[in-house]
Design a binder for this molecule. Structure first.
Ligand code: NAP
Length: 326
């Protein structure tokens, strides 16, 4: 089978597309014929081993998986000994942020990992785009649990996390102001944002409005710059650690001081996120944003370089075989 491989933490240039034997499932694993996967920011962390904390999960000193890839949508192709809950031919999708070698034509996945059947009528590309970024968005919002009547600012409305966060907030009836580059204002409005700020035209940190939550989904701002736009008990969250990991430190002491605070959303249950996102997808309340640029397995270097550029729009799909067909 073809697979995207590297032996140590590296940049996109060092990935190789190689021929490997089709893996055999161990007991309690299923083998998936991968139809679609994504190249996402977590993949970039697992590829490069940066931030260094990533190596605690992805493997130290070397990555645990030589094959890259954290999510998949595909078809069960072989069962390991003891597997009872799956059958050959089942359509399934899943995500595991420590890496699980899914940038390949086949991957063996332990059945204890987060995985769901793909609902009837949902395509491989659509469901695989409901994984990584939507999980982080769901998890972030759950950490602070905004409620109807709250006003939330989402910075980075075109990111994978930001585009999902806008939709998840709207599904809860929350007022959303989103920030993005001017070229994407209409796109972000189409996701349901009540108000969109073009960052070339207005600096959102200088607004006179105050928000219940500022959620920086691209990690480009800082708490100290957003304090004036937070209500007295307002909460700041960021998808990034910030300079010198300040968002972790701030999350430790700002809650003790009272008033405006930082919450750092350490990721929680992936299975819970997948269940919730899939339900919203079936209710028509969530549509993953998919980048117009799609890649094939033999274009891994280009796909990773594109994601690393910080210019992707929503989720970047990697087609494997006949991946976008039902
Ligand atoms: N904490 C965690 O567990 C965790 C997990 C995954 C990812 N992350 C981090 O979260 C961040 C977002 O990841 P993602 O996959 O959602 O993002 P992404 O899709 O890579 O974000 C790229 C998008 O952000 C927009 N953007 C760039 N600079 C911006 C700015 N200054 N203001 C507003 N929008 C801007 C870009 O728009 P243009 O194309 O118009 O420039 C592009 O559409 C990344 O920094 C990633 O490392 C954190």
């Amino acid at each position: 089978m073809k697979a995207s491989v590297r032996q140590s933490y590296c940049s996109a240039d060092s990935i190789q597309l190689v021929d490997l034997p089709i893996p055999e499932p161990k007991p309690d694993e299923i083998r998936i014929r991968v139809m679609a996967t994504t190249v996402n920011r977590t993949d970039l962390g697992v590829l490069t081993g940066k931030p260094y904390a990533m190596r605690l999960f992805a493997g130290f000193p070397k990555p645990r998986f030589a094959v890259t890839g954290t999510d998949f949508a595909g078809v069960v192709d072989k069962l390991g000994v003891g597997v009872q809950d799956f059958q050959i031919g089942d359509r399934v999708w899943g995500f595991w942020d420590h890496g699980q070698g899914t940038h390949a034509e086949y991957a063996c996945i332990p059945t204890k990992y987060p995985m769901l059947p793909i609902p009837e009528g949902v395509g491989f590309a659509e469901i695989v785009a409901c994984g990584e970024a939507a999980h982080y968005a769901f998890n972030f919002l759950n950490k602070v649990n905004p409620s109807e009547g709250d006003h939330v600012l989402v910075n980075g409305g075109t990111g994978g996390i930001g585009s999902a966060a806008i939709q998840l907030l709207k599904a809860r009836g929350i007022l959303v102001t989103a920030v993005c580059h001017e070229a994407h204002v209409d796109l972000v409005k189409s996701l349901g944002a009540d108000r969109v700020i073009a960052l070339e035209k207005e600096d959102f940190t200088k607004e006179s409005i105050q928000y219940d939550f500022v959620f920086d989904a691209v990690g480009k701002s800082r708490f100290k710059c957003c304090k004036s736009i937070l209500k007295p008990k307002g909460v700041y969250l960021s998808s990034e650690l910030g300079p010198n990991w300040e968002n972790i430190t701030l999350a430790l002491y700002t809650p003790i001081l009272g008033g405006k605070k930082v919450v750092f959303p350490v990721p929680g249950s992936i299975r819970e996120s997948m269940d919730a996102i899939q339900s919203l997808l079936l209710e028509g309340k969530f549509h993953p944003l998919i980048d117009e640029k799609q890649f094939r397995l033999d274009q891994m270097k280009e796909a990773f370089a594109y994601v690393a550029s910080g210019k992707k729009v929503g989720n970047v799909i990697l087609k494997v075989g006949d991946g976008t067909k039902q």
